[in-house]
Design a binder for this molecule. Structure first.
Ligand SMILES: Cc1cc2nc3c(=O)[nH]c(=O)nc-3n(C[C@H](O)[C@H](O)[C@H](O)COP(=O)(O)OP(=O)(O)OC[C@H]3O[C@@H](n4cnc5c(N)ncnc54)[C@H](O)[C@@H]3O)c2cc1C
Length: 376
């Protein structure tokens, strides 16, 4: 693969960079995600940058995945906030495109792009995280609709979401991967209760969701009744699809800030070695990203390589932010100027858990990338 931008990709990058320069204000960059995010997301949509790779018939730009990778890189480089509909754009939308009915496509896709509908992901439960097949939230069939009862947890954006992609157990006799049904659930329906959970950073980005007798129309089933596992796998593959590019670009800007801090504070030889090692690792993971982009461009389906980038980034981000606190020394105890590094280190703790824990990602890499025997 030629790693340089083609003339057409270079033109797209230049145009995008100029657009970001003109439209990304400090107010948007520093504003609270939920408020500033809506304006920013609308601007991205109007300029045609939301749903770049989505087919044109659903309001997307029908662009190649390389454009999406460039978009994620440039957004991270400019430290632009993401589109508010990360779950809608990255997970719910692609799943509806792959498995949804025409009516579901008509109803939701355009509104996901415009942020008229914010989505959340109701997969994890208190007893079902890494092992999603242990889901116990039930969907009981009753007169042309389903009645949903149960609890989900760690649902990002549920406190502002209009819709939820929900994995339920529709066959009470079933076990593990069988008997699951994937539903689109209106978060404003009677019986849905959202309780925010406070994180170590002090913010409350994720939530518990309680479902008590929530009526969901049968036309909101995605795929087959009982075939929810296959649909959920599509969602999870897309979660890590081109994400590597955003993560690597974000890590690069983080390491550059670390280098500036090291110059300002003075670093010991051991700390200088550690910073150099992070830079070298970053260059290596960049090539893994290109490998996964090649798979995606050839097949249209994200491959397991994306797991490698997520694993590397999440652990590197923890090391980099810890190094910054070491460089700050006793100052790290005092939160000044927003406490950038303190916040980053605390938030980075969740990085090795969300979107697949490090242990689970190592299992995926061992089995699906390296072809080692299954762990169980
Ligand atoms: C910031 C954040 C945002 C999140 N957002 C969402 C969201 O929007 N929607 C949603 O549905 N979920 C969300 N999650 C939940 C996340 O997907 C789960 O926390 C994650 O899958 C782990 O599940 P668990 O917490 O139940 O831990 P468990 O699965 O109970 O794991 C506990 C420990 O055991 C290890 N372990 C488990 N199984 C194995 C195995 N087979 N081999 C080796 N080790 C194993 C794990 O690695 C971990 O260290 C979010 C989590 C975080 C931290």
């Amino acid at each position: 693969m030629d790693l340089r931008d083609t003339p057409e990709e270079a033109a797209f990058r230049a145009e995008l960079r100029a657009w970001i320069g003109e439209n990304l204000t400090d107010e948007i960059r520093r504003g609270r995600f939920e408020e500033a995010g809506r304006d920013w997301s609308w601007k991205l949509h109007e300029a045609g940058y939301a749903g770049l790779t989505w087919p044109q018939e659903y309001g997307g730009a029908g662009a190649p995945y390389s454009h999406q990778a460039i978009f994620l890189e440039e957004m991270a480089r400019a430290e632009a906030p993401p589109h508010l509909g990360v779950i809608g754009l990255g997970m719910a939308g692609p799943t509806i495109i792959a498995h949804g009915t025409d009516a579901q496509k008509q109803k939701h896709l355009e509104k996901i792009l415009s942020t008229e509908e914010i989505w959340c992901q109701g997969f994890s439960e208190p007893g079902a995280g890494s092992d999603l097949s242990a889901v116990r939230t039930t969907a009981r069939r009753e007169n042309g609709h389903f009645v949903v009862d149960g609890q989900k947890v760690w649902s990002s954006f549920a406190h502002i979401a209009d819709w939820c992609i929900l994995v339920t157990r529709s066959d009470p006799e079933s076990a593990r991967h069988a008997g699951l049904t994937y539903l689109l659930v209106d978060m404003h329906a009677p019986g849905v209760e959202v309780r925010p959970l406070r994180q170590i950073t002090g913010e409350a980005e994720f939530n518990e969701i309680f479902f008590s007798g929530v009526e969901v129309p049968a036309e909101n089933v995605v795929g087959e009744v009982g075939g929810g596992w296959q649909v959920a796998m599509t969602t999870l593959l897309h979660e890590r699809g081109t994400l590597g590019f955003a993560l690597t670009a974000g890590l690069e800007s983080q390491i550059r800030k670390l280098i500036a801090l090291a110059k300002e504070k003075g670093a010991t030889p051991v700390q200088r070695d550690a910073i150099a090692r992070e830079w070298i690792g970053l260059q290596a993971v960049r090539y893994t990203n290109y490998r996964s982009l090649t798979t995606l461009m050839k097949t249209g389906i994200p491959g397991p390589e994306g797991s490698g980038a997520k694993l590397w980034w999440s652990e590197a981000n923890q090391r980099v932010t810890k190094l910054a606190l070491e460089l700050l020394g006793p100052e790290a105890q005092i939160v000044e100027n927003g406490g950038y590094w303190q916040h980053q280190q605390l938030r980075s703790r969740g990085n090795t858990i969300e979107a697949g824990t490090s242990e689970i990602l190592r299992n995926i890499i061992a089995e699906r990338v390296l072809g080692l025997p299954r762990s169980r």
